[in-house]
Each structure stands twice: as structure tokens, then as C-alpha cells.
Design a protein around this ligand. Structure first.
Ligand code: CS2
Length: 509
């Protein structure tokens, strides 16, 4: 049976329709906000209000508020380049559903912690005012790897026109409010910090929730670099050094793109149409460095772990979960598998994922306290196998040039430093090169649909893989393959050999 998008006449979720719905009684598998949304004031600004944040931190923030009874932890969510999420959430008074799809149970929860949504193209002034407000204590981010605008050496790309425009606006902001629309998340953050310093320099905590190694320190470094490029901002930089904290975090929940079938399923449970629905697996993990400049939601009362050292959790998650995810996505798509669940059910690909972890990743890791990494690997593969998630290989395959250096090449560098050639990691990397080549040549069809390359470096990559030595040309891209991996002949040869195995031999004449 094909589930259809609910009819346009279905009543839309909003605070009024939700109240009426709840008054009629809810089925066991549907629940409402844990707090009264109307009673919440904004205490946190979130940059990058995509599906991941709404299915992860926004839920935890609401549960933390419910656990303590505090009413100051509502969220102002900020979109990135498009107003779409604002247009989905505003007519719904910020309410949205999270459809949790377990292998054998589905449930729906309406979340009310997002109290306001802003689109930088229109609402930059409001976002800056809210970052500066003394009632705001936390700014958090999920803007994806590419959102940080890092150069190959990890520094901020201050010469990129949009970053430069934001830094010029930050300079204006030193003298008074600059209302120019922010063009990058880092620009929005830095301008917000300048405004806060100018107006009410209360301490602030900036929580990076993206899949980057040492994400807190990385973000702090980008802010410092940005301010160094803003003449006259020394006082702001000194205040940031003393009064703004950047804890590291590890976030984990598989959040596939919402489909019409999900919307229809949610509408069936809720009896209301939800344009802002997000979907997640049952698993949830959030490990946060306990390093805050001021108040924070009591996230530890809502399932998060506050700890002194996030690094072992973050390394294990990036190198086991995210790296095998990518390997399954590229190799899976090349074999025509539409979903990660189908890919991991393919015995060859499950063997590749296990080899990657067992041979190359585990020797580079220190187990986080209380964690058995073998059991963690099995749990991850079990989560991937959940057929209800519907997470597509093509979704995970996106932005490989930004993701692989973080999730795979650290493992490679560590293995090479230990004198080993990481052959399983080479196979994973070769899968990406083959995927890029097939997608840019127009040769990749998954589930009957042609796949094009979705990557900020798509043009450069297409050029690199079109010629006779794709691996050598990709290794020459310093934005993608940094030293010392780039100069390892052994690793390059292993990738070349693995790519050869992935390339069908030309048909006999
Ligand atoms: C995935 C992640 O799309 C991807 O690159 O590997 O989004 C993954 O689902 C999350 O990190 C899980 O926490």
C-alpha cells in the first residue's frame, strides 16, 4: 500500500488545534509537549534549526525544562539559507511532531520548546537582539560540517565573500546595531557576540552540536579567527576569552529526511496535518562537556550525559558510527541499495563495515568510560538495520568532501602513524571516489532515480575523477585529503587497488 500525503483540507497542527485534539483524549502512542509552550520564555538561540536539532536537542531541552519546572528555556530557532522551516513552524505556533520509528513500534510526540523561528534573510536583527539579551544563556549550533566555512588547514575562510560580508557587518556592529542580513552561521554568531558585549556583556555558552572532532575547540578557534579579522574588536575578543565557553559535545540520533509516507503516518496518529514533522530512531545520546559560563537547561535530567571529557565518546561515534555509515552509503548506492538498512543487510557490505571497525578503527580508539566498543559496534549496525528508519544511502552520501576528512581520515592518519596500512579504510574511501565518479558521469541510478553529486566541492571533484588517475587527483585536493595522509603512497596504492576492484572490467569485445 502506498501511503498518500494527507489531503490539503486536513486541519493543521497549531496550539489551538492541538488543545482541541488533546481534549478529545490521546492514544497511548501519542503524547503532547512536556511543558506548556505558552509559558516558556526564550533562553537559548539555536543556529541551524533543521530536522536533526528538532529531533534531538530541542526534545532534550523541553524534557529538562519539564524536569525542573524552569520556564526560561524556550528556543529561538534560526534557519540557514532558506525560510522553509520558519514557514513550516510559524503557522503551527512552533509546534511540531517527532515520529519515533522503532523496528516494531511507532510513536509520536508533539514538541513545544521552539518558541520562535527566524530566517536570517529577514530576521537578523531579532536574532542578534536575542543573542545579546541577558535572558539568553546558551547559543547552540547544528549547521553541518560545511556550515563552519573552514579552510583545509581548519581555519576560518575569512576571504570567502559571504564570510567577509559578515565580518564587515561585525565591524559596523562595534559602533552600533548593524541590520545587514547575516550570511553565514559563524557571521551571525560573531555579530551576536559583538552585540552582547556592547549591550549587556553577561557570560554566554556556545554549544556546537555538529559531527566535528573537538567541535567546541574548533568553534572557539573559528570565533577567535573571525574576531582577529575585525579591526577594533580586541575588547570583544578579551571578553570572549574570559566569559564565553565552548563545551565539546557528541550528539547521536539517526534522523532521516521526512517523507510524505511519514507525514501520512503521523497524520493518522495525530488527526492533524504537520508540515514540520521530523522523524527519528528510538536511540538518543548526547554527551556534553560540563563547561558552562552560566545557567543551562538541566539536560542531564533528560537523558544527556555531562562529563569532563567528551573526546573518547566523540571519537568512537565519529569513527565507528559515522565512518561505517558513509562506507555503507557509498558502497550501498553503487550496488543499487536505496537505504542504509538494505546496505547493511548485504553480507559483503556488512563485512566491509565490520572490517573497517575491527581492523582499522578500534586500534585507534580509547574506550569511553563504561563502554565496550565491540558492543557499541554491534549496536550501531543493529540501529542501521532498522528497516523502519528509511534513511537513504543518498542522504548519508551527501557532502562527502566535508565528512570523510572528519570521520575517516583521522583513523587513516593514526593507522599510518602506527606503521599499518589501513586497507578497510582504503576500501571505504575508494567507495566514495567510485560514487563521485559514477554520480558525476551520470552513471548512478538508485531506486530508479538518477543520482547527482550533492557536495559543495562537486565541480572540483567531477573534474578530479574524470581523468585517468582519479585517486591521485583526489589526493591532490588538500581541502579533502590533508597531510600526512595525502603523501602516503601506501594508502594511495591501497585506495587505487580498491577502486580497481569496484570498477567493472570492460566487456570483452
Ligand atoms: C550521518 C549522520 O548523514 C550522515 O552523515 O552519518 O547524520 C548520522 O545519522 C548522525 O550523526 C547520527 O547521530
Amino acid at each position: 500500500m502506498t501511503l498518500q500525503h494527507p489531503p490539503r483540507t486536513a486541519v493543521r497542527l497549531s496550539s489551538t488545534t492541538w488543545r482541541a485534539r488533546a481534549a478529545r483524549g490521546l492514544p497511548d502512542d501519542v503524547r503532547g509537549p512536556a511543558v506548556d509552550p505558552a509559558a516558556l520564555g526564550v533562553g537559548q538561540v539555536h543556529l541551524g534549526i533543521g530536522a536533526f536539532h528538532r529531533a534531538h536537542q530541542a526534545v532534550c531541552t523541553e524534557d529538562a525544562a519539564a524536569a525542573t519546572g524552569e520556564t526560561g528555556w524556550g528556543l529561538l530557532g534560526v534557519t540557514q539559507r532558506s525560510p522553509r522551516v520558519a514557514e513550516q513552524l510559524r503557522p503551527q505556533d512552533g509546534l511540531y511532531g517527532v515520529l519515533t520509528v522503532g523496528a516494531d513500534r511507532t510513536s509520536l510526540r508533539v514538541v513545544g520548546s521552539v518558541r520562535d523561528v527566524a530566517y536570517p534573510g529577514r530576521d537578523t536583527a531579532r536574532v542578534l537582539d536575542t543573542i545579546a539579551a541577558p535572558t539568553t544563556h546558551v547559543v547552540s549550533l547544528t549547521v553541518t560540517e560545511k556550515g563552519y566555512r573552514r579552510r583545509a588547514d581548519g581555519g576560518l575562510d575569512v576571504d570567502a565573500p559571504d564570510v567577509a560580508a559578515d565580518l564587515a557587518a561585525a565591524r559596523d556592529e562595534l559602533r552600533g546595531p548593524s541590520e545587514a542580513a547575516a550570511r553565514t552561521p559563524i557571521g551571525m554568531l560573531v555579530r551576536g557576540l559583538v552585540r552582547r558585549h556592547r549591550t549587556s556583556p553577561a557570560p554566554l555558552t556556545v554549544v556546537c552540536c555538529d559531527n566535528l572532532t573537538d567541535n567546541g575547540a574548533v568553534l572557539a578557534g573559528l570565533v577567535v579567527r573571525a574576531l582577529a579579522a575585525v579591526p577594533g574588536s580586541d575588547d570583544v575578543a578579551a571578553w570572549v576569552a574570559t566569559s564565553v565557553r565552548f563545551p565539546a559535545t557528541m550528539v547521536d540520533r539517526i534522523v532521516p529526511a521526512t517523507t510524505d509516507a511519514h507525514r501520512a503516518e503521523a497524520a493518522g496518529l495525530l488527526g492533524l496535518h504537520d508540515e514540520a514533522l521530523v522523524v527519528g530512531e528510538p536511540f538518543f545520546q548526547w554527551v556534553i562537556e560540563d563547561d558552562f559560563a552560566g545557567p543551562r537547561p538541566a539536560w542531564e535530567r533528560a537523558g544527556a550525559t555531562l562529563t569532563g571529557d567528551v573526546a573518547p565518546f566523540e571519537r568512537a561515534k565519529l569513527r565507528i558510527l559515522n565512518a561505517t555509515h558513509s562506507a555503507l552509503a557509498y558502497h550501498g548506492a553503487l550496488r543499487g541499495h536505496a537505504t542504509i538498512a538494505e546496505a547493511v543487510a548485504d553480507p559483503d557490505l556488512e563485512a566491509l563495515a565490520r572490517a573497517l571497525v575491527d581492523e582499522d578503527v578500534l586500534p585507534t580508539l580509547v574506550a569511553p568510560p563504561g563502554t565496550d566498543l565491540g558492543a557499541y559496534r554491534d549496536e550501531v549496525l543493529h540501529r542501521f538495520a532498522n528497516p523502519r528508519t528509511g534513511h537513504t544511502t543518498v542522504q548519508v552520501a551527501m557532502d562527502g568532501s566535508q565528512k570523510l576528512p572528519v570521520r575517516l581520515l583521522g583513523t587513516v592518519a593514526d593507522r599510518l602513524a602506527a606503521g599499518a596500512v589501513p586497507h578497510a579504510a582504503a576500501r571505504a574511501f575508494a567507495g566514495w571516489v567510485a560514487y563521485v565518479r559514477a554520480a558525476t558521469a551520470g552513471d548512478l541510478v538508485v531506486a530508479g532515480r538518477p543520482v547527482t553529486l550533492d557536495d559543495p566541492l562537486a565541480g572540483v571533484l567531477a573534474d578530479a575523477v574524470a581523468g585517468p588517475d582519479p585517486v591521485g587527483r583526489v589526493f591532490a585536493l588538500r581541502d579533502v585529503v590533508p597531510e600526512p595522509v595525502a603523501s602516503s603512497t601506501a594508502f594511495r596504492d591501497a585506495v587505487t587497488a580498491a577502486l580497481r576492484d569496484l570498477t567493472p572490467a570492460p566487456a570483452a569485445p
